[in-house]
Unconditional design. Structure first.
Lengths: 405, 161
């Protein structure tokens, strides 16, 4: 009975059970204090990783694979969120804000990396980490704070869409660079990867609807299994083409359209939650908490600088759209939170040659700072704007009470 | 017709909003999954929502029915389109009307206006397909079917006999 021999022993199940139970308790706590659970998953990984708690030796293999699937599903779900049409709308209206966003938030990370004496590649990675806001944390904040209907929200979402498109270009480039080839080979590989991405995007917008019709099925079971299979296949194929697996999954998400899209989004969500939580835990596991202390200063400084730059971008973009001061402050502060994609970038680089060993711990410390600070600061955006800009002028009637739904 | 603005929200859905005649701003957010949120904008910060009410499909239908005047208007308009030139109208018999106390036959409603009286609404009571000897009372509502000009003549008949 070879099957029985390959089956996990009771120890593995107990270990995994404790892991998921623990993550569940953390998520519940995060919900209580109205924060994103991502920093808590990271912390849990850090604590376990530093040997305070017995190591997860038995379930290591499962957690490693699950974390990889987690990245694919995170990016796939992100691609699913936007239709080609929405991408077009965001591109038309928010490109200037997107350019300012990239310039002002990528640069601090890049400069910090170079100032620390890291390799150019590590600095580029750190730039990516400080650039991209967390659409997961932010869309949850917008819903929790009852801001989805606000007039500044389309501006915020437009900036997020552009960041995600920028990721589709950035990830294949860095994954080629991470292979550590010499400059000539790398240039060719980058051009090939970018061309593949662009061709795929164009095809997705053009033929996505028809291709998705083939996938669509009335049966949720068929749809779920076929989708998951496709995500893993495309992810694997993307690695072969030297485009990162995550980018493959993201593009597949964008390509899905029509009636299949909404249903798939609903079906994949619980899976994404499960595997993404495992990914954040896994990332924390790889970092020794002791490594966090020396990078804390740099991470905190970067967090402060890039919070200011994000607020400035949101403020400016909202002002362009004719939003008043308070709305500008809300748009700026909500963009502060970094999260899953900063970790995805750092996760890609972990262990690769030519990447500074402090990159992962710096990314973890940085995400912990910005995810928590961003969620807190934006809650107080209204009083902040009144104090800073409106000169302490009290609101005309009653104050802005929001119904949280 | 009030101007309704449509704004796409990438990853969320579509937002519709308009300003009411009294100056309040209202909106409806249609999420990708079909869920709807009713949005009430704040007066002192027009960019923010004072209240957001989440509605599932059934809630949304209930609310639409409660606000149903437009609904009835629409179905009537549809009916009029179906039969070209046909008008349906509700006319009230004023207490001062010379028609009070007289029967439909005495008024010769059909002969003089071409309008068929399909019902008379009296208080909470409905008299469907009233006979020629039905006498009108003050406050009755006459439901008539005919041409638009016929309706005008019936109106004049009720006003001045």
């Amino acid at each position: 009975m070879s099957l029985a021999a390959a089956a996990p022993g009771p120890g593995t199940l107990v270990e995994l059970g404790l892991v998921f139970l623990g993550l569940g308790i953390l998520a519940r706590f995060a919900g209580r204090v109205a924060l994103s659970p991502i920093p808590f998953y990271l912390l849990a990984g850090l604590v376990i990783g530093s040997g305070r708690v017995p190591d997860l030796r038995l379930s290591e293999e499962f957690i490693t694979t699950a974390a990889e699937i987690g990245v694919l599903l995170l990016l796939f779900a992100l691609g699913l969120e936007y239709s080609g049409e929405e991408l077009g709308v965001a591109l038309r209206s928010q490109v200037p804000a997107g350019v300012l966003d990239a310039a002002s938030n990528f640069t601090p990370g890049l400069l910090a990396g170079l100032a620390l004496g890291w390799s150019a590649l590590s600095a580029v990675l750190l730039g990516g980490i400080t650039y991209i806001s967390s659409s997961g944390v932010i869309s949850k904040l917008l819903a929790d704070l009852g801001r989805l209907g606000n007039r500044e929200t389309p501006v915020v979402l437009g900036i997020l869409v552009i960041e995600d498109l920028a990721m589709a270009m950035y990830l294949p480039v860095v994954s080629v660079l991470l292979l550590g080839e010499d400059l000539e080979d790398a240039t060719v590989a980058v051009v090939v990867a970018l061309a593949a991405v662009l061709v795929f995007l164009a095809a997705a917008i053009r033929y996505g609807e028809r291709a998705s019709a083939l996938l669509h099925s009335r049966s949720d079971e068929v749809l779920l299994l076929m989708t998951l299979g496709l995500v893993l296949l495309v992810g694997g194929a993307a690695i072969r083409l030297q485009v990162s697996a995550a980018v493959g999954a993201f593009l597949l998400g964008i390509a899905l359209a029509g009636p299949a899209r909404d249903r798939v989004a609903e079906l994949v969500e619980p899976l994404r939650t499960l595997f993404a939580a495992t990914f954040f835990l896994f990332f924390g596991l790889q970092i020794d908490a002791a490594d966090l202390v020396p990078v804390l200063g740099v991470a905190a400084l970067l967090a402060v600088v890039t919070s200011v730059t994000k607020v400035a971008v949101g403020w400016w973009a909202a002002a362009r759209a004719g939003i008043a001061e308070r709305g500008r402050a809300r748009a700026g502060t909500v963009l502060i939170a970094r999260g899953e994609f900063s970790i995805v970038i750092a996760g890609l680089a972990t262990g690769a040659a030519g990447v500074h060993p402090d990159l992962a711990s710096t990314a973890a410390a940085y995400v912990l700072c910005t995810a928590l600070a961003g969620a807190l600061v934006t809650r107080f955006a209204d009083p902040l704007a009144e104090r800073l800009v409106l000169g302490g002028r009290p609101p005309r009637t009653g104050g802005t009470r929001r119904t949280v739904t | 017709m009030t101007e309704v603005r449509e704004t796409p929200l990438p990853g969320v859905g579509l937002r519709y909003d308009f300003t009411t005649r009294s100056g309040d701003r209202l909106g409806v957010l249609v999420h990708h999954g079909g869920r709807r949120s009713l949005l009430v904008y704040s007066a002192e910060d027009p960019d923010a929502c004072r209240a957001t009410v989440d509605l599932d499909t059934e809630d949304a239908i209930t609310l639409a029915e409660l606000l149903g005047a437009a609904h009835i208007g629409q179905s009537l308009a549809a009916m009029q389109q179906e039969v070209q030139g046909l008008a349906i109208d509700w006319l009230t018999v004023a207490p001062s009307s010379p028609a009070v106390g007289r029967s439909l036959a005495e008024l010769a409603v059909h002969t003089r206006t071409g309008v068929s009286v399909v019902a008379v609404l009296r208080g909470s009571e409905t008299l469907p397909a009233p006979g020629a000897d039905t006498r009108l009372e003050a406050g009755d509502t006459i439901v008539g079917v005919g041409t638009a000009e016929g309706m005008q003549r019936l109106y004049g008949l009720l006003e001045s006999g």
